[in-house]
Design a protein around this ligand. Structure first.
Ligand code: ATP
Ligand code: MG
Length: 423
């Protein structure tokens, strides 16, 4: 990273704001537009006599977490150390990206003389056994999958106190990068990518894996137009009830694309969560807007649970009716009224791409709606495999994830008020 980010809590002027903003964008924690909006907000607040740090505004807006800012302010913690450059068998080159959990480096695998990507857990996080467990799980899960539309896992290990996993290097951009540059995709271009993702998920689901974090940042595009699903970090076997129980009440997904059942923290999250997130990703790609916007992660998650979706063709009237139907079926709030298999979704996506009407979206979804209308229900009734998770579907009980997020946000606001009162 070329710039020195502003240390968190340090008083900053406009120059420092630009540096912090650039560091946040460079680290891919936010888009330039998001940072610009926060800088504008800061200026507005200042005009009104309230001098609030940009870092605080970014955190309060839910764009970055306080921990991400801390990591930015302490690059030594996140940067490659001399010991890492000597991972046996690899020659580590430059950093190519950083996400919420790890950094990704380009490297050469010496034995095969090929370029690979290495994801490295920061040392501080390597000391957290739970993070390490998830990190190894990502490697193991991905290694069991082999598909042209999935980023191939190659190796996993530990060196000099750092845990790392080696994967196929994808020379290209993410869908997130492309959208930052072009805003929205045309229907045909979006379908080319999403069909490949549906194939990747069909393969993973058939092997019992759920991705749980399908989103534009996790779709990589090669120069020849191949789309590859990255980050099996949240993957786990569908039958792994113990893991599900351990994760209960915690949302690991990203709020813009997260399924309602993940927001609820149900234990039996299944492949239909990926169908929802893929639908949400497609929605964003063809409308240029995320399905639900909000000032905080909590409000976004709440909207996934309760707010009706604005039909995508109301936002972009140029998209076909079939496309809108497929998205709405994939994004049904009750997973029992979504596509009931990834193959069914794939069939409909391919039909829409050929200019034909979707089959499942039209028949399955409308039948279900009629059935519910006949029963006088506003929301579709729970159905499907049963179990406690389904019983809660569409229910009004407070989600443990949402509750946690509300408490965390309240704490941030309280700290902000105390800080402001002390001035
Ligand atoms: N196999 C790969 N080949 C090339 N670049 C990669 C590869 N995997 C990841 N990257 C790059 O590294 C960046 C960081 O990836 P990472 O998975 O750590 O986070 P993310 O998915 O962008 O965000 P988040 O942590 O919020 O989910 C990606 O955005 C991408 O640009
Ligand atoms: Mg990723």
């Amino acid at each position: 990273m070329a710039t020195e980010p502003t240390p968190v809590g340090q008083k900053s002027g406009p120059g420092m704001d630009t540096q912090l903003g650039k560091a946040v964008v460079d680290a891919r924690l936010a888009t330039a537009a998001e940072v610009a909006a926060c800088i504008a907000k800061r200026a507005k607040l200042k005009e009104a006599g309230r001098d609030i740090e940009l870092s605080e505004i970014l955190v309060k807006a839910g764009i970055v977490t306080a921990n991400q800012l801390k990591r930015l302010a302490n690059p030594a913690d996140d940067s490659i150390s001399s010991s890492l450059a000597q991972i046996p068998g690899y020659q580590v080159m430059q950093k190519i990206g950083a996400g919420a959990m790890a950094s990704v480096y380009k490297a050469k695998q010496l034995s095969l003389d090929r370029i690979v990507a290495i994801k490295i857990l920061p040392k501080r996080m390597s000391e957290d056994p739970e993070f390490v467990k998830r990190f190894y799980k990502e490697g193991r899960a991905a290694a069991r999958l082999n598909h042209n539309n999935i980023v191939q896992a190659i190796d996993v290990g530990e060196y000099g106190g750092f845990h790392y996993f080696v994967m196929e290097f994808v020379d290209g951009k993410t869908v997130y990068d492309e959208m930052a540059a072009r805003r929205a995709y045309g229907e045909a271009d979006a379908l080319k990518i999403i069909i490949q993702m549906a194939r990747a998920l069909e393969h993973a689901h058939a092997k019992g894996f759920i991705h749980r974090d399908v989103k534009p940042k996790n779709i990589m595009l090669t120069k020849d137009g191949t789309a590859k699903l990255a980050d099996m970090g949240l993957a786990r076997e569908a039958g792994d009830v113990a893991a599900a129980a351990a994760e209960k009440g915690r949302a690991y997904g990203t709020p813009y694309y997260i399924s309602p059942e993940q927001v609820r923290g149900v234990e039996d999250v299944d492949f239909r969560a990926d169908i929802y997130s893929l639908g949400a990703t497609l929605y964003h790609m063809v409308t240029g807007r995320v399905p639900f916007e909000g000032d905080t992660p909590t409000s976004i998650m709440h909207k996934h649970l309760k707010e009706p979706l604005v039909p995508p063709d109301h936002i972009n009237p140029s998209i076909s009716t079939g496309m809108a139907e497929v998205i709405e079926c994939a994004m049904a709030k009750d997973r029992a009224t979504r596509y009931q298999s990834t193959s069914d979704l794939l069939v409909d996506l391919e039909r829409v791409a050929r200019g034909e009407a979707p089959l499942q979206a039209r028949s399955g979804y409308s039948d279900k709606l009629l059935e519910n209308l006949a029963h006088g229900q506003d929301e579709p009734a729970p159905r499907g495999p049963g179990g406690p998770g389904d019983a809660a579907e569409g229910g009004s009980g407070t989600s443990p994830v949402l509750l946690g997020a509300v408490i965390a946000e309240a704490a941030v606001i309280l700290i902000l008020i105390i800080v402001l009162m002390m001035r």
